[in-house]
Design a protein around this ligand. Structure first.
Ligand code: NAD
Length: 499
């Protein structure tokens, strides 16, 4: 099948109808206040649409709808096989509407259309399908009690889940919450980022079409300090499943304490170390992984390989190779299927990235390649893939998450030094080590304080493995059967059999 051309995508973009109203109780509705906010295409700076600006009153309505749906059992007590069928149909509808959903995502956040199809939509559909398939394959437990007693250990849905998600993978991060939360029978109120409201509003419609009962999934476009805060403080929300920055993750814990001690699950930021030892087997492979690890999705990746810890003996040849790959990854039109690097999500994030680049220069790091904006004539927010050498951990770009296409190379001379630098961070999301020595690989993997360790690869991924962080990268895990723990309560039922 021929793939659409750049021109075809632009034509489709012009005729695309974006959903802009909140989705509450199965209906598209305006914000109670009637207010709207502007959403801009980051590749052009032009207005995409005006979107419902939800606030506390809308949160109250959505939570009440989710609570009603949960209590009357229309979903929470639906037979497992029937629930599975609905979610499988939902996954099918995501695939059937792949081009439209990918286009929405690309226009909304500036990511390359090819990645939006192959990763965002495809992985979201697989996630929903995978969790649908767990529904009639997970069993509860019977405890090994004395003969005259029976103790059942069952999992029950936690109730109303508030899902608050970021903009870098809007649909996929939402799916990582929706898959396990819906599979286990919860109702969900989803708040997408104010920077990326459109895909969540569209998939809610598709979920309804798939047979998800009204009220089970509500979507509230709006800002963090209004709609997000009201959701996280709500007394009738049982659980907050959050993906976003560590700064806002901390607030979630406070909101929980200030309200009803709702469960709080956090997937937060990272400053991930990618360690290349002097005995790395394949320098080309390591260079490609290092470049894609930081430049993929414009570097707007929680798991970005943002700190390259490189043994002094291979530093120069490795950086040369990474710079050569960067030259091939210059930003382009996100709707061109050949584009590998798209636009930064908005002007605020662009300013943040440029501030970090200035700080890198100002604090004495050396620019190997990049360091400038590009495609300014388009009105969009593009940044060249950038590599800094000579970075140290006392520099801002060595410590802080940039969330842009900026690599900080830090050199070392022995393994223990590499591990010490790698762990010298408040984050612990992912990490990697490249070596041909199996003992070094295992020893370093054990020493790295991170939820995922890659050995001789970076960003290997599958829905079957848990994803999440140590330390201030968060708690709990998305993906895999472990994700079900977040959305269920364990109940013990004792039955006396002595009579
Ligand atoms: P953010 O923390 O600014 O916002 C995330 C979400 O929280 C948005 O929906 C936002 O509206 C909402 N929010 C903001 N302030 C709030 C408040 N006071 N109360 C309630 N909600 C509030 O993060 P972002 O800029 O959207 O995303 C980037 C961050 O997300 C990065 O730090 C990145 O590492 C992290 N991230 C982590 C993972 C992971 O799986 N660990 C995945 C993707 C992104």
């Amino acid at each position: 099948m021929a793939h659409p051309s750049t021109q075809t995508w632009h034509d489709r973009a012009r005729s695309l109808s974006l959903r802009t109203r909140a989705f509450i109780d199965g209906q598209q509705v305006d914000a109670a206040s009637g207010r709207v906010f502007d959403s801009v295409n980051p590749a052009t700076g032009a207005l995409l649409a005006r979107v419902a600006h939800c606030d506390r009153e809308d949160v109250d309505r959505a939570v009440a709808s989710a609570r009603r749906a949960f209590e009357d059992g229309r979903w929470s007590r639906m037979a497992p096989a029937a629930r599975k069928k609905v979610l499988l149909r939902f996954a099918d509808l995501l695939r059937e509407n792949s081009d439209e959903l990918a286009l929405i995502e690309s226009l909304d956040v500036g990511k390359p259309i090819t990645d939006a199809i192959n990763v965002d939509v495809s992985s979201s559909a697989r996630c929903i399908q995978w969790f649908a398939e767990t529904i009639d394959k997970t069993y509860d437990e019977v405890a090994p009690t004395p003969h005259d007693q029976l103790a059942l250990i069952t999992r029950e849905p936690v109730g109303v889940v508030g899902a608050i998600v970021p903009w870098n993978f809007p649909m996929l991060m939402a799916s990582w919450k929706l898959g396990p939360a819906l599979a286990t029978g919860n109702s969900v109120v989803l708040k997408p980022s104010e920077k990326s409201p459109f895909s969540a509003l569209r998939i809610a419609e598709l979920a309804l079409e798939a047979g998800l009962p009204e009220g089970v999934l509500n979507v509230l476009p709006g800002f963090g300090d209004t709609a997000g805060k009201a959701l996280a403080l709500h007394m009738d929300v049982d659980c907050i499943a959050f993906t976003g920055s560590t700064r806002v993750g901390r607030m979630m814990l406070e909101y929980s304490g200030q309200s009803n001690m709702k469960r709080v699950w956090l997937e937060c930021g990272g400053k991930s170390p990618n360690i290349v030892m002097g005995d790395v087997a394949d320098l080309d492979k390591a260079a490609t992984a290092a470049a894609y690890g930081i430049f993929y999705n414009q570097g707007e990746m929680c798991s970005a390989a943002s700190r390259l810890l490189v043994h002094e003996s291979v530093r120069e040849p490795l950086l040369e190779r990474i710079a050569a790959i960067a030259a091939q990854m210059q930003p382009g039109d996100p709707l061109d299927p050949a584009t590998k690097l798209g636009a930064i999500v908005d002007d605020t994030q662009l300013a943040t990235v440029m501030r970090y680049i200035d700080a890198g220069r100002g604090e004495g790091a050396r620019v190997v390649t990049g360091g400038q904006r590009s495609r300014q004539e388009t009105g969009g927010y593009f940044v060249q893939p950038t590599v800094f050498d000579g970075v140290t951990m006392d520099m801002t770009i060595g410590r802080e998450e940039i969330f842009g296409p900026v690599l900080s190379a830090i050199s070392f001379t022995d393994v223990d030094e590499a591990v010490r630098i790698a762990n010298q961070t408040m984050y612990g999301l992912v990490s990697a080590v490249w070596t041909r020595d199996i003992t070094t690989a295992h020893r370093v993997a054990r020493s790295l304080r991170a939820g995922t360790v890659y050995v001789n690869c970076y960003d290997a991924d599958d829905i079957t493995v848990p994803f999440g962080g140590f330390k201030q990268s968060g708690n709990g895990r998305d993906k895999s059967l472990h994700a079900l723990d977040k959305y269920t309560e364990l109940k013990t039922t004792w039955i006396d059999l002595s009579a």
